[in-house]
Structure formats: C-alpha cells, structure tokens
Ligand binder design. Structure first.
Ligand code: HEM
Length: 151
C-alpha cells in the first residue's frame, strides 16, 4: 500500500490539483467499502450476527433488539470501510470504545467475536485476497474494545 498518499496531504494536494468529482471517483475505486459492495456488506452483517447471536461465549451480551443491532452495524461498517459516514450522520461520533463500556468484554470475548467475523467473511462471494484484506481491518479494533481482565 505504499502508493497511498496520507489523507492530510491528499487533501492539500487536491485543493490545487483535483476537483471533488475526481477525488470522489478515486475514493470509490480504492475504499474497501466500494470494492466489497453494499450487497456483500449487508450479507456480511446478516451472517455475522447469525453466528454471534448463538455463540456460547458472547451471545448473552446482546440484549437489545436484534434487527436494531444489525442496522447499527450496517451503518457503522459503511464508514469503517471507507464508505458513506452513515453511522455518524444518525448517531453522532462513533466513540466505539465508550459505547462498548456498559458491556463487559474480555479478550476471550474479543477472540470469539473475531472468530464469528472470520467465519462470516469466509462465506462471502468475493476473492480470497479481498477476504483477507477485510478481516485484517478487525483484530486491532476488537482488541481495543476489551475492557475487563479475564477472571
Ligand atoms: C471485541 C468484541 C466485541 C464485543 C463482545 C461486542 C459487543 C457488543 C455489544 C454487547 C453491543 C451492544 C448490543 C446491544 O445493543 O444489545 C455492541 C454494539 C456495537 N458494536 Fe460491538 N462488540 C465487539 C466488537 C466490536 C467491533 C470490533 C466493532 C466494529 C468494528 C463493533 C461495532 C459495534 C457497533 C456499531 C455497535 C452498536 C453501537 C450502538 O449502540 O450504537 N463491535 N457490541
């Protein structure tokens, strides 16, 4: 990924050299969200929560309405993968770690969450390279949500 220009410099550069349509086009071809496509993202969220909601380690954590949880994740992943900022538009700044604080999350929980994500990604009708790139976005964020030592 050494061809990627840091976002700050791209911004300054674009001010002089590109119009917004060109920038938009660039982002649409590069960002994971656009390469994956909305249909696959929706499929991912469905398959992921089908696994999460029956996972013996973490299913008990998810107490709210299941469709609402999926809906929030669809909006969040859109922006997390470089697509439209749908979550922020509706709920404000993501503050994901803070939003997870009311839930007790251990490292074992994070690993179970990642396992569900890995399995769900594995079912998507996309290339193995894209699957690997997609999964690579999650481990550090999942570990960042850990807020409790193991017993
Ligand atoms: C590390 C393991 C994780 C666990 C155990 C976990 C657990 C939870 C729980 C219990 C909720 C609330 C569900 C409810 O309302 O009943 C939640 C909400 C959410 N989680 Fe996670 N989560 C984890 C990691 C992540 C990661 C890595 C992401 C994003 C990449 C994420 C994105 C979200 C989003 C968008 C919501 C909805 C937030 C809101 O209320 O607006 N979670 N999660």
């Amino acid at each position: 990924m050494d061809h990627v220009i840091p976002f700050g410099s791209l911004n300054a550069f674009s001010h002089f050299c590109f119009n917004e349509t060109v920038i938009q086009k660039h982002m649409e071809t590069e960002a994971l969200y656009y390469r994956l496509g909305k249909k696959n993202l929706d499929l991912l969220v469905e398959r992921f929560y089908d696994l999460v909601f029956v996972n013996p380690q973490i299913s008990h954590l998810f107490k709210n309405d299941k469709e609402e949880i999926k809906g929030k994740q669809r909006l969040f992943l859109s922006q997390f993968l470089g697509g439209p900022a749908l979550y922020s538009d509706k709920y404000g700044h993501p503050r994901m770690r803070a939003r997870h604080m009311p839930h007790t999350i251990t490292e074992t929980d994070a690993i179970a969450w990642l396992h569900c994500m890995s399995q769900a990604i594995g079912t998507l009708p996309v290339s193995e390279e894209l699957k690997d790139e997609l999964f690579a976005r999650f481990p550090s964020t999942a570990m960042f949500m850990v807020n409790k030592e193991e017993n």
